[in-house]
Design a protein around this ligand. Structure first.
Ligand SMILES: [Zn+2]
Length: 502
């Protein structure tokens, strides 16, 4: 296979966020995957970026989510949640998707990586972008669901749609990709294709084969329902058949793949029996189409298998020759007890998937696909401005020098509540931020040929911010830095954008 330009997004804070001791979702798994990627030397074959979370917030998230919901996520803390019971219920935040320290920043890391990855593909700067912290496919417009709060996938696809007429979304998490399907259920510009366990009340309960989309989106949602014990051979066979048909009939210009690792054998919440080989074969197959490709994480609750899987799939995406099966000794080596190897053996369990039933499902999907207009197109249209954040810088040095502060066993880790890490503050951050704000405002004014009616107000607010910054010269806390940032971007810029849209 050909070599490709691969961008890898990783934020060094991501492993510090902690849902709760008992909660199966452990962001630490992403740090474990990253350590494997490093110890195998895969970082040398990719461009490494740290998502710019300082420049990503309410404005970017509300391109899909409701203002009220995102403002709530930003505001809520474990200390104040008792005062927000009504909103907690309405936004479905609480039990499955709890409030934890740094929740909003965690959402920013996940979303910024996916959107920046999409932007790299848009501008032709990468062939493949990877964000293992993304893939949170259950989040809805104004509701959290299944450990997901902000739908980074929908935000990433929206970014891709600025440059690509047709985007294909593929989901190999064991759960149905309901949030993404719902977002694009009535459009033909995105085809969603989810392979998942369906039935017996398995979460989230949606994803019936008969759910095919609606109105303009009719037959642009594909659902392949599966049963317990799914093995590599059967999964790969039906995955390839279905995707071949989807690619032939839809002809997407870009692909987003969610690689949830809870479809692996032995997952704490899953019930399939896939190994890294089967799961990875699907990734390899999608890569072989040579389309701009955004690769995201997702579920995965036996964390040592999640890290194995995503490190292995990173190697497939950069076309690295076979990784040694013996895991190199590294910081989290002890997690991999008792078998210190990369690959998994399938478990002895019954595959409840009857090939004849799967064949029938495939035929039904094929019948719907074959009547599609091969490649729906759109005419000349207004293209929204590109992602309004600074171009990410190569973060290789920082990435290599990163030292994880935590050296716990899984058990110890589970019993800890992590302190919320401070933001990374580069010495010239303030200067850059100032320039960025100025540039964004000027860009927007120029782009839309705005009259000076806004100028005075903008200048005034900009000066106020400058004064505030100067008065605090050496004591810029994270909080007032964030306030300043919001003041500039989320207030002024969003107001301007609203005026433009009118
Ligand atoms: Zn899942």
């Amino acid at each position: 296979m050909s070599k490709k330009k691969v961008s890898y997004f990783y934020h060094s804070d991501v492993g510090n966020y902690h849902y709760s001791s008992e909660h199966p979702m452990k962001p630490h798994r992403i740090r474990m995957a990253n350590e494997l990627i490093k110890i195998y030397g895969l970082h040398n074959k990719m461009q490494i970026f740290s998502p710019k979370i300082e420049q990503f917030g309410v404005r970017e998230m509300t391109k899909f989510h409701s203002d009220e919901y995102i403002k709530f996520l930003k505001r809520i803390t474990p200390e104040t949640q008792d005062q927000f019971q009504r909103q907690m219920n309405s936004f479905n935040v609480g039990e499955d998707s709890p409030v934890f320290v740094g929740l909003f920043d965690f959402c920013k890391i996940s979303s910024a990586g996916s959107v920046e990855g999409a932007s790299k593909l848009n501008l032709g700067k990468s062939d493949i972008a990877i964000n293992w912290a993304g893939g949170l496919h259950h989040a809805k417009t104004d509701q959290a669901s299944g450990f997901c709060y902000v739908n980074d996938i929908v935000l990433g696809i929206l970014e891709l749609l600025k440059y690509h007429n047709r985007v294909l979304y593929i989901d190999i998490d064991i759960h149905h990709g309901d949030g993404v399907e719902e977002a694009f259920y009535t459009t033909d510009r995105v085809m969603t294709c989810s392979f998942h366990k369906y039935g017996s009340g398995y979460f989230p309960g949606t994803g019936n084969i008969k759910d095919v989309g609606y109105k303009d989106g009719k037959n642009y949602s594909v659902n392949f329902p599966l049963d317990d014990g799914m093995d590599d051979e059967t999964y790969v066979k039906f995955f390839k058949k279905t995707i071949t048909a989807v690619m032939n009939f839809y002809q997407p210009n870009a692909i987003v793949m969610q690689c949830g690792a809870d479809s692996l054998s032995g997952d704490r919440l899953g019930c399939f029996n896939l190994t890294l080989k089967g799961h990875g074969e699907c990734v390899k197959f999608i890569r072989s189409y040579n389309k701009p490709l955004l690769v995201l994480g997702g579920g995965g609750y036996t964390i040592k298998n999640v890290s194995r899987c995503w490190a292995y799939e990173t190697s497939l995406l950069i076309d690295e020759t076979e990784l040694p099966n013996e895991l190199p000794i590294h910081e989290f080596y002890n997690y991999y007890t008792p078998v210190y190897q990369l690959h998994l053996e399938p478990l002895y369990m019954q595959n409840k998937n009857d090939t004849l039933v799967l064949e029938k499902h495939f035929q039904e999907i094929y019948e719907n696909l074959k009547d599609l207009i091969p490649s729906p197109s759109i005419g000349e249209r207004f293209r929204p401005p590109d992602l309004l954040i600074n171009e990410s810088e190569l973060e290789t040095d920082k990435f290599l020098n990163e030292k994880s502060d935590f050296r716990f066993t899984e058990e110890q880790f589970n019993s800890q509540i992590r302190p919320f890490n401070e933001f990374y503050e580069s010495p010239n951050y303030r200067e850059k931020n100032k320039l960025w704000v100025k540039k964004s405002i000027v860009d927007i004014l120029e782009k839309y040929k705005l009259e000076s009616v806004f100028d005075n107000k903008l200048l005034e607010s900009f000066n106020q911010v400058e004064n505030l910054k100067n008065s605090n010269s050496n004591i810029m806390t994270n909080n007032n830095r964030k306030n300043i940032f919001q003041y500039n971007t989320e207030t002024d810029l969003s107001q301007i954008m609203k005026k433009i849209r009118k």
